[in-house]
Design a protein around this ligand. Structure first.
Ligand code: G3I
Length: 389
């Protein structure tokens, strides 16, 4: 991990006074017992270290964005200071780019790509095939016809080939197939429309089309809960069969939508190791650390499991600290593994996060920057080993 440069901290002296206590050796701030966020406004990002510099010897620092971020000054400040990679949270999905067959809506994704190019950022492409965002036109036609399968296959190949060709040389890595593994033990494969039509072959078709369009782009299978042994075993078996068939795959995307309690560093290390054992790269593709541990019970007992009811509450501060510990634990694992070449947070700041509307609308605080754009305890925790949580 890159050593912190003291010059990075010029300007933080005011923060020491604001907190009035002993600081870490390197001068980053302390959380005080009665402050849930830092006392000084650092939302312009000017006087804090850059994540992309700090992790420059380890991995690309990515953030998921949408066109709206490009007009939000505080989001822009965070992005340009800290990120050297972006991914489209939504506008590169097939329901946006390919809402109608043969008509490509590249405009929104192109805005993000040109922003990345102007700011020397790489672009991860997400996602060429995801059952949740595959428009109906892919599947149109009489399923009983002997030509049905061939026509769906041709549509998929054309779509992927055209999209990857459009972004050839601009997107360095693609999530080719997203969430192919099933959650229960009934099978390895999710029983999506794609699987129902093709069986495992749909994965091969997608990867081969992507490779044909841009042989230099790194191709990923992306999934959630890879930190859990049972789900991971299914995904790894899928990968094994891909490799046995010679399907061109370069890496595994671990989404890592986690919470302040799970997973442990050991679980994540295991997931990374199993990828490495197959000769593949690891990307952390969608990390966020939710305040909520059990979405199901929190939905039914919403009043009792909200550490965020008031942002100044002791429970809120406790959750912030737990979150900082979890981010620190996991980023230490990422930084220690050369196979991890990209780590992307699923969003820029707590202002815009899918977790504020899923599984229900509620306040959540899953990212490294708060709603005002200030670095949270989690930010300091991952860059300063001496930051006291
Ligand atoms: O933009 C429209 C808006 O015009 C409309 O009024 C509104 C009404 O529902 O919908 C808006 O679109 C929503 C979009 O997010 C933008 O906010 C969609 O309904 C909603 O389905 C969509 O959700 C996204 C979801 O993927 C489905 O595509 C989330 O933002 C996005 O964070 C989420 O990301 C996924 C990854 O791709 C794969 N891994 C899991 C992750 C979280 O679910």
């Amino acid at each position: 991990m890159k050593r912190l440069n003291r010059r990075d901290y010029i300007g933080l002296t005011g923060m020491a006074l604001a907190f009035g206590g002993a600081n870490s050796v390197l001068g980053s701030p302390r959380l005080s017992a009665n402050a849930s966020s830092l006392a000084q406004d650092y939302s312009d990002q000017k006087h804090i270290p850059a994540l992309k510099t700090h992790f420059s010897n380890n991995f690309k620092v990515g953030m998921a964005i949408g066109p709206h971020h490009l007009t939000e000054p505080k989001s822009l400040a965070i992005l340009t200071k800290h990120a050297n990679s972006i991914v489209a949270e939504n506008v590169m999905k097939a329901n946006v780019i390919g809402a109608s067959q043969g008509v490509y809506n590249f405009a929104l994704a192109d805005q993000l790509v040109s922003f990345a190019q102007k700011n020397a950022m790489e672009v991860r492409g997400h996602a060429l095939l995801w059952h949740q965002t595959s428009p109906e036109w892919f599947f149109a036609g009489d399923t009983h016809l002997s030509t049905y399968k061939a026509s769906v296959r041709a549509r998929l190949e054309t779509y992927i080939y055209d999209v990857v060709t459009h972004y050839k040389g601009k997107v360095f890595a693609w999530d080719v197939v997203n969430e192919a593994a099933i959650d229960d033990a009934s099978s390895d494969y999710r029983h999506s429309r794609w699987y129902q039509i093709f069986g495992p072959d749909y994965i091969d078709i997608a990867f081969r089309a992507a490779r044909a369009a841009d042989p230099a782009a790194k191709l990923f299978i992306n999934d959630y809960n890879t930190e859990y042994a049972d789900k991971r075993a299914r995904l790894m078996r899928i990968i094994d069969t891909m490799q046995a068939r010679g399907v061109p795959i370069d890496g595994v995307g671990h989404q890592l939508h986690v919470n302040t309690i799970t997973p442990s560093a050991q679980h994540v290390t295991q997931a990374l190791s199993e990828t490495e054992a197959r000769g593949l790269i690891n990307h952390i593709t969608e990390i966020d650390v939710s305040f909520y541990h059990d979405p199901e019970s929190c939905v039914s007992m919403i009043e009792t499991c909200l550490p965020s009811v008031t942002e100044k509450s002791a429970a809120h501060l406790g959750a912030l600290k737990d979150q900082a510990r979890k981010y620190r634990e996991l980023y230490a694992v990422f930084a220690s593994r050369p196979s991890v070449t990209s780590v992307t947070t699923w969003g820029v700041s707590d202002l815009n996060s899918w977790l504020s509307s899923w599984p229900i609308a509620r306040l959540n605080h899953p990212l490294l920057f708060d709603r005002a754009g200030n670095p949270k305890a989690a930010f300091w925790a991952i860059i300063d080993p001496n930051f006291v949580i």
